[in-house]
Write a protein that binds this ligand. Sequence first.
Ligand code: HEM
Length: 525
Amino acid sequence: MELSELAWYLVVILLLLIFLVIEYARWNYGILEQLGIPVVRPSFIFGSDPQGYRKVQHLEDYRRFKEFGSFYGFYEGRTPQVHICDPELVKQILIRDYDSFSERKHFNLGNPIANEILDFQPEAKWKYMRAVMTPLFAPSRIRLMSEILQSITEEHVENLKTKFVSGSNKNSMKFEFRSYLGSLLTDVIGRCYLNITFNDRLEPNSHFLELLKELIREYSDYDIKHELVRSFPFLTWLHPIMPSKALSQFKSTLLNIITARKTSSTSPSTKKSNDLAQGLHDLLSKIDQHQPDIKSLGINENTAVALALEAFLATFDSVGNPLCFLAYFLAKNPQVQDKLIKEIDDVFGRISQDDQKMSSTENIFHEMKYLQACIQEMFRMIPPFFRLERECTKDWRNEERSLSIKKGMVVVIPVWPLNRHPDHYIKPDEFIPERFLNQENNNNNNKTNNPYAFATFGHGPKNCVGQKWSYEMSAIIMATFLKQFKFQLPNNEDSIKWKEGSSFILKFEPIALEIVRRGDVHNET
Ligand code: HEM
């Protein structure tokens, strides 16, 4: 074969390869248009948002909602998606027609532990694991954890008070609430879920805290490789979604804790506690015994580790982040903060210290109706997971809206615009806790009370297991903090800087705040 002939062959093969790659990336283009819904026009090969890693994605969702309305088509790389922000359709997809949308999109997260995360498991395995998780957040467990949480929060608040005494400024100081919450929530994970106290817990760089930060950082720092993987999913190995080193460190730390429990639980004096560590311990024992149902579902050690991983990250990040925004909203709206503080003082004032010990922690905080409304408004405005996803498992149609979704397509519910739907909320971009007071007969601030115009925790069988506990944590942490401190904006600086690229978790730069010490009003009662 002559050289020129070989060169021709190579050129043809190369062109053929390029053609196949392009065909592969564009394979599904046109499918959404055929359904007759408005579509965000795709680029040549990288789907509808080829520069997505450079944009703040939840704000993009809001912009598209304003441009296209309550549903529209979108190509995430090569995957056709239907984005839906209509509360009635949300209800139908997540609850009424669950059979047609029972799965989340399956994708390779590039690591054997990450691949076991509950959310992405096939239905039968998901059901089994969900049943392991649910009792760990049952009302009786939440009651117990609330008591522990209150004492943790009081301890952290006391510790913060000492910084005022030793600091140069006695009444106010710059304050990074997120890092304060980081060590508090690490303590919650230790004491409420694992029944242990981390030795270095009050140090800013505690080992476990650093590990959680590392897991979260990688989890959400997206880059251009992420876009590439969307168009060519077989390249996931190029861009694992979570860092393998931190994951294996997490696994060994967790298994050591569980093994220590195994050893101590053999002693007859040890009382069995039904916390998360116990749930994992029981599951691991069944895995060790090779129980047939566990084996057939493919449940292994990594499945148990992934369950803890999800609970820990949700506690650390999904509870911590909205609370930072609540602090910011309170600093920005001093009249709301004053009203809230008055309620907190009234309730604590009414219940004497002895009664506070007698009365369940839960009951005390449930008396704070304005606090509940502030928290509900915080979760409406700041949904830490800003997109829900379901895969269509059976062709589906809604006649009223003339909307068809085909098997294999992904439905995305963009929570940021849904929670701000102007048909349901008056002044949707403003922080107005009153909209959630006396809901039955007060529609002054909301146009409707449709529960599906709010999806921060999802809905239906696959909703968030930790929802109720997240409300409890938020209430206890905020009220205990506001008993002693107030938030304010430093020099009226007011800026939120969102991070670009994250495609389902809200990410932002630290929010500059100050705290002011309120004095020992409660200790005098
Ligand atoms: C503010 C805090 C939290 C928010 C906003 C939140 C939000 C969510 C959302 C949106 C989902 C998906 C729901 C759906 O697809 O319909 C979810 C699922 C889940 N959440 Fe949370 N979460 C929070 C805290 C927690 C906590 C504290 C835990 C446990 C300790 C937890 C455990 C889970 C689990 C296990 C799932 C998977 C449920 C399943 O697939 O069956 N979450 N969460």
